[in-house]
Design a protein around this ligand. Structure first.
Ligand SMILES: [Zn+2]
Length: 216
């Protein structure tokens, strides 16, 4: 893939973002959270652009050339590569929150099972777990961390509307699940976003274990 950069974006900046995405993708792939070329990852580049994984590549074997530039409307910039089908969900986060720098979307087994189990409720309410404190803004296990579960669709504008509606209702949002699909989370840098993703994976696994043990 040939990526031409606008004059306002230094090559070193784009490469730094691309390398951070490649590294995160490789590590998350090793955990088994990105099966069969699924999942997508992005980082903000500046006020108007983000770097995102191209569509359809194995996430454990990405190189810098598999990361492309998009504008915050989700259009390819300086390349004819095709961005991930779910690009609109990434750009939505960057448009809504100028401070957000990274968005990670994975399809782990735990995330997938939890999303189906709680789809009818439309939300997973986490409370009583020490690891909730890994989510920025949460300082106690006593607080309630709500992770909405939105219906899956191949039509991204529908999901964008659901995310907007949740936020416009004034509810905090640090992550969401899509039914039968996976999770989205974000943060002010890649490290914070990775911490959110790892904490949520752990918390969802705990909820699933607890539900199973209580039922047996
Ligand atoms: Zn997906």
């Amino acid at each position: 893939m040939i990526q031409t950069l606008p004059a306002t974006i230094p090559a070193s900046l784009f490469e730094q973002r691309a390398d951070a995405i490649v590294e995160a993708a490789r590590e998350l792939s090793e955990l088994g959270w990105t099966p069969a070329t699924s999942s997508n990852f992005s980082m903000r580049v500046d006020d108007a652009h983000a770097a995102i994984t191209v569509s359809g590549k194995h996430k454990g074997r990405l190189g810098r050339e598999d990361i492309m530039l998009i504008d915050l409307a989700g259009n390819a910039v300086g390349t004819d590569a095709r961005p991930s089908a779910e690009t609109a969900l990434h750009t939505q986060i960057y448009r809504r929150w100028p401070q957000m720098q990274a968005v990670l979307h994975t399809h782990s087994r735990t995330q997938s099972v939890a999303s189906r189990l709680y789809a009818d409720d439309g939300v997973i309410r986490l409370q009583g777990w020490e690891l909730q404190k890994a989510i920025s803004g949460y300082h106690s296990h006593d607080s309630v961390l709500e992770i909405p579960v939105f219906p899956n669709t191949q039509h991204m504008p529908e999901l964008v509307v659901r995310v907007d509606a949740w936020l416009d209702a004034g509810k905090p949002l640090h992550a969401y699940l899509i039914d039968g699909h996976g999770i989205y989370t974000w943060g002010r840098d890649m490290a914070e976003t990775r911490r959110h993703l790892e904490a949520l994976e752990f918390l969802l696994a705990c909820e699933l274990d607890l539900k199973q043990l209580r039922a047996s």
